[in-house]
Each structure stands twice: as C-alpha cells, then as structure tokens.
Design a protein around this ligand. Structure first.
Ligand code: DHB
Ligand code: MG
Length: 216
C-alpha cells in the first residue's frame, strides 16, 4: 500500500481561504462589533463556516443543534444552509455573550430559524428529544465535550452529523507545556473521538481543526 499526503502550510490555508466564499457585510459587522464589545474573537474561520454549510446542505440537514453560541456567527452561518422551516437550536452559558448573540440573530436573515437557549448545555441538551437533530456542532468549553458528545449521540438521528471545533487545541496540540488551560481537555477528547465506534469520524484541517463524524 502506498499513500501520499501533501504537507499543508500556512500558504495553502491562505490559498484556499482566498478561494472560499467569505463573510458578507452582516457577518463582518457581527465579528467587528463582537470584538468591540469585548467578546473573544474565537469564532470559526470563514472557510470553516463555508464547509459547515456545505456539509449541512449536502446532507439536507433540517434541524441543527449548536453548543456554544458565542456571538452568534456560526449560528447565523449554519442556519443559512438550512431549508425554509428548518431549525437551529443554539446554547450559550455566558449571559453577556447570549445577550449579544440574541440581538444579532434577531436582526439576521435567519431569525425565524434560530432559537437561543441560555444556560448550561448539560441541562439544556437533556431537554432535547432523542433523534430530533440532523447534526450537532460542539464549540464550547472543552472540559464539557465528552458529556456533550454523549448527549449529541442521543439527539442526532442515525446517519446524522457530529461536528466538533478545535481539534488542534488552539494551535497547541503538540506543545509540551500548553499555555491554554483547555488544551489537555482537547487532547483527551480527541482520543475519545478516535475510539468512538458509534461514529465514523475524521479531523478536517480547516480553521483550528474540525472533527466531522457521521453517526452509524
Ligand atoms: C478557544 C475556544 C474556541 O472554541 C476557539 O475556537 C478558539 C479558542 C479558547 O477557549 O481559547
Ligand atoms: Mg471553537
């Protein structure tokens, strides 16, 4: 057997980003205003948002769950990939982030599709019905990921998608002494995903690394 992988460099990322549909004015403004409001600029990259949209469109997803709304960037982006009558349920713990996101979502073109749940995802996810989603996207506190995964595997229908951000641990995956306190949790979670037999998954190296799994 032989196989070949091209070493993807920063230049490749810039190359593909320049050839990917970027943020429209609404999303550009959302990012800028969130930053001005002191919300950390840790939304997903535009090319990652585009890839999420492609996955949702290709699988004809109708109902999506998101854990970690932050400023609402990914919620608006994903909701735009859903058909009329689709739903996006997004969960945010931080009241300041939830407040910002709620207003932005309300002002967006997908306000009708999105519902923001303010609170702890451990509590909120438990209220969602089994097999009520076509996809779940995890992008929240990394220590909670294994719990969210377990709930996600219940909520997502067979054949649905489990998507998880930050597989590359904020760029610190191979640091011996990572400065980010969540990096060890990401590494531990990656091992769980790699062994999770209920999913067929792969890390897609877009943004900070995106786990894409299909529920068997
Ligand atoms: C962090 C969290 C994220 O979800 C992300 O995409 C980037 C950074 C963080 O907690 O530092
Ligand atoms: Mg993230």
């Amino acid at each position: 057997m032989s196989h070949e992988s091209t070493l993807v460099t920063q230049r490749h990322f810039e190359y593909l980003a320049a050839r990917t549909v970027g943020d429209d004015q609404f999303l550009k403004q959302l990012r800028a205003d969130a930053q001005a409001a002191g919300i950390p600029a840790i939304d997903i990259a535009p090319e990652e948002a585009s890839f999420l949209q492609i996955l949702l469109m290709a699988t004809k997803a109708r109902d999506v769950v998101e854990v970690g709304t932050l400023a609402g960037y990914s919620a608006v982006a994903m909701a735009r990939a859903l058909p009329r009558g689709g739903t996006l349920r997004t969960i945010e713990l931080n009241p300041r982030h939830a407040d910002f996101a709620r207003r932005r979502i309300a002002a967006s073109d997908v306000a009708e599709l999105v519902t923001l749940f303010e609170g702890d995802a451990r509590v909120v996810l438990a209220t969602f019905a089994t097999h009520s989603a076509d996809a779940i996207f995890l992008d929240a506190d990394k220590a909670g990921y294994s719990r969210y995964l377990e709930e996600g595997l219940r909520i997502v229908r067979p054949g649905g998608l489990v998507l998880v951000d930050n597989a590359f641990a904020f760029g610190q995956l191979f640091h011996e002494r990572p400065t980010d306190r969540e990096a060890p949790a990401v590494k531990a979670f990656n091992e769980i995903m790699a062994k999770e037999s209920r999913l067929q998954s792969v890390i897609v190296p877009l943004g900070d690394g995106l786990w894409v799994g299909v529920k068997r």
